[in-house]
Design a protein. Sequence first.
Length: 478
Amino acid sequence: MSIDAFPEVRSAGPRDSGLRFPAGFTFGSATASYQVEGATGEDGRAPSIWDTFSHASGNVCNGDTGNLACDHYHRWEQDLDLMADLGLGAYRFSIAWPRIIPTGRGAVNRAGIDFYSRLVDGLLERGIRPVATLYHWDLPQVLEDAGGWPVRETADAFAEYAAVLGTALGDRVHTWTTLNEPWCTAYLGYSQGGHAPGRREPAAALAAVHHLNLAHGRALEALRATSTGSPQYSVTLNLHVARGDAEAVRRIEAVGNRAFTGPMLEGVYDDDLIADTASVTDWSFVQDGDLARIRQPIDVLGVNYYSTNTVRMWDGTSSRQSHDGHKPAAGGSAWPGSDDVVEFVEQAGPRTAMGWNIDPDGLLDLLLSLRERYPAQPLMITENGAAFDDVAGADGSVHDRARIEYLRRHLTVAHRAIEHGVDLRGYFVWSLLDNFEWGYGYTKRFGIVRVDFDDQRRTVKDSGHWFRELATTGVIPR
């Protein structure tokens, strides 16, 4: 849905600073386990698919791996002090499944539980709400060896893993998030091949979509049964904002968005999604009762937003543009069922260092369209941020004005969405730290805190100081 459908918002005119967010609005930051923790072979942790993928030649820029990353596993207290200094109200982190259950199913690694227990306690001691994501892409390699997300048993294992964490941490975690961006897990991991495990099997990707959805529902059941506190429950999706030809937009929204929101929020896979992908799979992996288990009530829907797409139907004669949105082309397609008919049109700038276009109105489009379709569903922006080619001074300082402007513009439209009826509860900047950026390794920096990867020194960037003022006052700084 285009912003043109909301003339009262479009005509509001430009605003850029001095706006106050409602009382209770959460300002936080986010990281992911494989991107920051390091210590991949310590204290009983077993390999994940990203350990295997990043150690294979040619998969990651410069042959980088997450072996050390930001060394957060050893520096977590320093990092929590940094979060407190930045005034963060919440910290969204992910838990490494192979650190908790190294064999994927079965014996629990006490050292892994203890690490996250210390982390959660440390956050609470500093007045920071723990927002824990169960899965941010680091599947135990042993489960991938058994078939990975395309097989149903992985959802079974995920439910068991969720029960372990609910029992161990469910008295203290403020918000549980089941999955982060299952679109990336399914399509980039199992069809496009640019993310771990690097497979290019479109039918397997669609099976992974369903089993991720099922894992979400079953994990919520397990968390509710084992958590003894009063946590909130959520999932985080990277919903695509597509513009262009109506039919091309419909196809991208079907496989990219409604393949997840349909079952999770409505208990259905839409007929057009099934029809679009009929040449790839017959969806026989969906069993009786699955959709009812997937559709579990959630307290908040997490929304990750970075950029938009422009698409059109391919006429079959011209050379085609392809797009995966996350790393250099790996040879497969991230859009099973539509990859041979939809073309991604090159976007106008400006762009971030990732090559992603900067379009805050896309975030507004997304929030307003979610309000229209799911008016009773509270929302949270769980990732938004930008990589730029930061230049550090001799003291490590970074004057990253471009990142400040990016954040200011996106927070402005978030505020505007609230004014127009969106039940938006918070904003998490991506990322707290410069870190291992998946296929790009350490070549892209998203952090509001600079990490010197030679000595692990942390330095708050100008954007971090700017975000501190926002988080402590609730007002977009001028």
